[in-house]
Design a protein around this ligand. Structure first.
Ligand code: OAD
Length: 239
């Protein structure tokens, strides 16, 4: 029997916390120790590309030392069980851990640490290497930048559109490890709710999206994911 039950997910920094990657907000969060303006805006990059690159190279090096955790692995398993066409993962994370856990068709709303783009010729490419010299250069001579979305920039349009379409057409929207305060990513959960999906959340704390949720697991993603998968499998026929 073909499965028509559709799950769409929005993940944030919290799902990678158990892998050892710092979240952004709150105590010890990345934005406590770094100025957003200096390291995550086009203005900051223009002013001091070296500082921005040092920040991203450190994040790349750290991400490589981390492994996907039970949360990432659980979502990849859910894709295997229900079919990858029925489970979409949109993430605000740039660490690539969903893919390393085996997840397919991950929609990277905020770009990736593992891609670079030339500010002159705009060519974008994968890049898993570490650069000898910072800021690195493109073959055309232009300066490369991390292909991540900075504050004040638009999200990659086609990727956001696909995440929007999946939010509009899913039965269940699963929000994991995000404070839900950064737009337009957070709006995807509202879109799903407006189109009639149930919204569930995994987050040890309340988030700005909690008010939309029929169910909230106040646990770490890795501790809750198997329970949530069981619950999804038990309710899928009721949708
Ligand atoms: P935040 O740092 O804003 O929020 C992390 C969320 O994860 C919080 O709600 C925590 O309670 C929750 N959390 C912590 N540990 C968890 C765990 N083990 N399991 C589940 N949840 C946990 O991170 P994001 O919401 O991802 O954007 O932030 C969104 C965007 O803001 C980021 O993509 C980044 C940032 O500025 C850009 O850089 C453009």
């Amino acid at each position: 029997m073909k499965n028509n039950f559709k799950v769409a997910c929005l993940t944030g920094a919290g799902i990678s916390a158990e892998s050892g990657i710092a979240t952004f907000r709150g105590m010890g969060g990345m934005w406590e120790n770094h100025s957003i303006e200096e390291v995550a805006t086009p203005y900051g990059y223009k002013k001091n590309p070296l500082l921005v690159w040092q920040f991203y190279e450190a994040r790349r090096r750290q991400a490589l030392t981390c492994k996907p955790n039970k949360g990432h692995l659980g979502l990849a398993r859910l894709q295997n069980i229900l079919g990858e066409e029925n489970v979409t993962i949109a993430t605000q994370n740039v660490d690539g851990l969903h893919q390393r856990a085996g997840a397919k068709n991950v929609l990277e709303l905020h770009g990736s640490l593992w891609r670079v783009r030339c500010i002159k010729c705009e060519k974008e490419s994968e890049s898993f290497e570490f650069f000898d010299e910072l800021p690195p250069k493109c073959n055309c001579g232009g300066m490369l930048r991390p292909a991540v979305v900075w504050f004040g920039e638009e999200l990659p349009q086609a990727i956001f559109q696909e995440a929007y379409n999946k939010a509009e057409s899913c039965n269940l929207y699963l929000v994991i490890g995000t404070s839900g305060v950064v737009e337009p990513a957070a709006s995807l959960a509202r879109v799903a709710a407006n189109y009639g999906a149930a919204v569930w959340e995994i987050n040890p704390e309340q988030s700005a999206l909690t008010y939309l949720c029929q169910k909230s697991w106040r646990k770490k993603a890795g501790d809750a994911i198997e329970e949530v998968i069981e619950e999804i499998l038990s309710v899928q026929n009721k949708f």
